[in-house]
Design a protein around this ligand. Structure first.
Ligand code: ADP
Ligand code: MG
Length: 697
């Protein structure tokens, strides 16, 4: 390692020291800091301010605007009076300058009455409330004119028991540590070409800026660094795959013939997107190096059959496959659909979830190691712990788990062979962003939907429409269809006016439809109980399923034609779209009713957007407009690490620059052998250590 590190080793060592090596960090404080994700001195240095309190700009009182948090210089115009009401004390004063005056009130700071004197001049900072003559500022902070505190006070994320002063002081102590050197992680050439500050400068200034310019320079450098390291690391992983050995499948004529027959036996014809996807996967399988492909398709586009055919081809070519699902319910659902899709193939398909007994698990794992099982379907947790394959050729996973899974699966037999990986995703994201987020993957987009699908008719409704909603439920049930009712919470909560799943279940099962089969499902049920409910729903033994969002992903019951979402305002647009994907999974017309009493214009727009659009891509874009960047596509969803500084949406321009910089580096030094470039990889791996694959350093 050391020869790769052209920075100071000592600093690295100090960075990794516990924060308890700093003055005034007790064990109790250590625990509080841990809640902020801060354990080492390095974490502290990388704890980024959420914002800054700006004391530098002084606003004339006449220009203070309601709602702003502002600093202003003023004279105390009257004798501040201390008053009491019960346990509450407050001090009132009038503050003025040449342009006007404003009332100030300080609550529960009685000592200020000795300090604040008529005619004295201070700088005040606080939130401006009210307009005109009633304008006031509530409990403003106070500085004297010769106060030497910084003009920009960093504001850090906190947790109960930690205050700003403690965090600020700990950060200064970290920087004051003897021998602390901040390692440079960007090659000098990139720094000059893109006019970036050094890491040392940026990290010091981000905590103690003297001007807005300082903040911008520091932020730019740190955000660039995050984006650059990630893109470069992903890029390196992708190029590294050409050196790895994958299962090069021959795909003989008989194998392709079997595939054709299997597809012909389906009760439907594949969409062109599905055919294209299968074709690119076959191309991957033939390659001598492990493929890593993202299959991106909206809910209902039919990704399962693509995965099933891929795994069948692997099996017929002599390789085992594994498919991992995020939940037990989903795993069993997948196992059932895949068994149905591959009916007649005589392939051995097994399900492994947390629910299986130890002895059954033994049997399964033995059979796997012997190569007696062709396709294993299960949850990540179960599969990752000690399952061995005889000859694993293909691994299907979801986007949250695209990193690391391949590495953690123990490959027995020929341990040098790394399986092909397919990542399934139903989160539509703009193409440019996909190229970066999925820089390590090849991308297939499935744009067509199965034919005969009708868009789900979507309506909004309010509580006063309750009886009409009940009639709609009744109508669908009379047609022999099934209904979902989704609620944001399980139990009633006294503070919130929200329909809980329990309350809705009670009302429907006792009052409205006492003769129907109604079930309640939520995350607190035991795995087995959830699986039972899902099985009954699948079999058509349940008419109405009242549930929390546990049904959000993957549930596939073509006979479900009505989805009611209670308190729809509590869900994001993309989430509602995912939920809606639970109906409309056949040729029967389906309906979705979004119940909300909210009159918040943003909520109304969101719900209307959903009524008007059926494509996930259109909805994702609308969501971006309405909610603003950041919230929409959680970084976690894509299995990427959180950024500390960079924001994938706001930093669009910087993202492009970082992307160019990566191109530049790889053009000049494709294997990153130059020590200055190599540090990019060391940084990448140390930062994303347990989340990401270690490139072959
Ligand atoms: P998703 O992409 O959301 O995972 P699924 O694979 O669960 O979608 O497929 C949704 C539904 O569409 C399933 O009921 C499946 O049987 C059906 N389906 C898949 N492909 C086709 C097709 N080409 N024609 C008709 N129905 C299809
Ligand atoms: Mg699916």
């Amino acid at each position: 390692m050391s020869e790769l590190n052209y920075g100071e080793d000592t600093s690295d060592h100090l960075f990794r020291q516990s924060i308890t090596t700093l003055p005034r960090i007790s064990d109790k404080r250590k625990k509080l800091f841990a809640k902020l994700g801060v354990e080492t001195v390095g974490d502290l240095i990388w704890l980024m301010p959420r914002m800054y309190n700006d004391w530098s700009r002084r606003v004339p009182i006449g220009h203070l605007v309601e709602g702003d948090v502002a600093a202003f210089e003023a004279v105390i115009e009257n004798v501040p009076s201390l008053a009491r009401r019960g346990r509450l004390t407050y001090i009132r004063a009038r503050l003025g300058d040449d342009t006007g005056s404003i009332r100030a009130v300080w609550f529960n700071q009685p000592w200020l009455s000795d300090r604040l004197k008529r005619g004295e001049r201070y700088i005040f900072r606080g939130k401006i409330e009210g307009k005109g003559r009633t304008r006031s500022v509530n409990t403003p902070e106070i500085r004297t004119l010769n106060d030497e505190s910084p003009a920009f006070m960093p504001v850090y994320p906190l947790t109960a028991g930690l205050n700003q002063a403690t965090v600020r002081q700990a950060i200064s102590a970290a920087f004051a540590k003897r021998g602390l050197v901040i390692t440079e992680s960007l090659p000098a050439k990139i720094r000059t070409d893109y006019r970036l500050a050094t890491a040392d400068y940026a990290l010091r200034k981000i905590h103690a800026p003297e001007s807005e310019h300082d903040i911008n320079v520091a932020r730019r450098r740190l955000a660039f660094e995050e984006l650059f390291l990630l893109i470069a690391g992903l890029r390196y992983m992708k190029s590294g795959r050409s050196d790895e050995r994958g299962p090069a499948m021959e795909l003989t004529r008989p194998v392709l013939e079997r595939l054709k027959n299997q597809i012909a036996s389906l009760p439907y014809t594949l969409t062109s997107s599905q055919k294209e996807a299968i074709k690119s996967i076959l191309g991957d399988f033939r390659q001598p190096h492990p493929a890593n492909r993202l299959i991106q398709g909206d809910v209902g586009s039919g990704k399962t059959v693509v995965a099933a055919m891929a795994m069948a081809v692997a099996a017929w070519s002599g390789y085992q496959s594994v498919m991992m699902a995020p939940t037990t319910i989903l795993a069993s659902q997948h196992a059932e659909s895949i068994a149905a899709i591959l009916e007649g193939s005589e392939l051995k398909i097994a399900l492994l979830t947390g629910g299986v007994t130890a002895s059954r698990k033994r049997l399964l794992t033995d059979a796997l190691a012997e190569g007696e099982i062709d396709i294993l379907i299960g949850t990540h947790a179960v599969i990752e712990e000690g399952v061995r394959f005889k000859n694993l050729g293909c691994c299907v996973t979801d986007e949250q788990h695209r990193f690391g899974v391949r590495q953690r699966i123990r490959l027995s037999g020929d341990g040098d062979i790394i399986p092909h990986t397919l990542v399934m995703s139903a989160t539509p994201i703009p193409r440019t962003l996909a190229l970066i987020l999925y820089g390590d993957l090849d991308i297939t987009e499935m744009k067509d939907m199965p034919s005969g699908r009708q868009a789900v008719k979507t309506y909004t409704a309010a509580s006063r429409d309750r009886s009409r909603i009940d009639r709609l439920i009744e109508r669908e049930l009379n047609r022999g269809h099934q209904v979902f009712v989704v609620c944001p919470m399980i139990e009633e909560s006294p503070e919130l006016d929200i329909s809980s799943a329990e309350a809705v279940y009670d009302r429907l099962s006792r009052l409205i439809f006492p003769d129907r089969r109604i079930a309640l499902m939520h995350g607190k049920l035991k795995t087995k109980e959830k699986a039972d409910v899902m099985r009954d729903f699948d079999r058509g033994d349940i008419d109405i399923l009242v549930s929390t969002t546990v049904i959000e992903v993957g549930i596939d019951q073509p006979n479900a034609t009505l989805l009611i979402v209670e308190n729809a305002e509590r869900f994001g647009l993309s989430q509602l779209h995912q939920l809606r994907g639970r109906v409309g999974r056949s040729e029967i017309q389906s309906y979705c009713v979004l119940v909300s009493d909210s009159d918040d214009p943003l909520v109304r727009r969101r719900l209307t957007a959903l009524c008007k659009n059926s494509s996930g891509f259109a909805i994702a874009e609308e969501d971006l407009l309405l909610r603003g960047p950041g919230d929409v596509f959680g970084v976690h969803q894509h299995g990427l690490p959180d950024f500390r500084v960079a924001n994938l949406y706001e930093d669009g321009a910087l993202l492009k620059e970082a992307s160019h910089a990566v191109e530049q580096i790889f053009r000049d030094d494709p294997h990153l052998t130059n020590p200055e470039n190599r540090v990019v990889l060391t940084e990448f791996t140390t930062r994303y250590d347990d989340r990401l694959v270690r490139p072959g350093l």
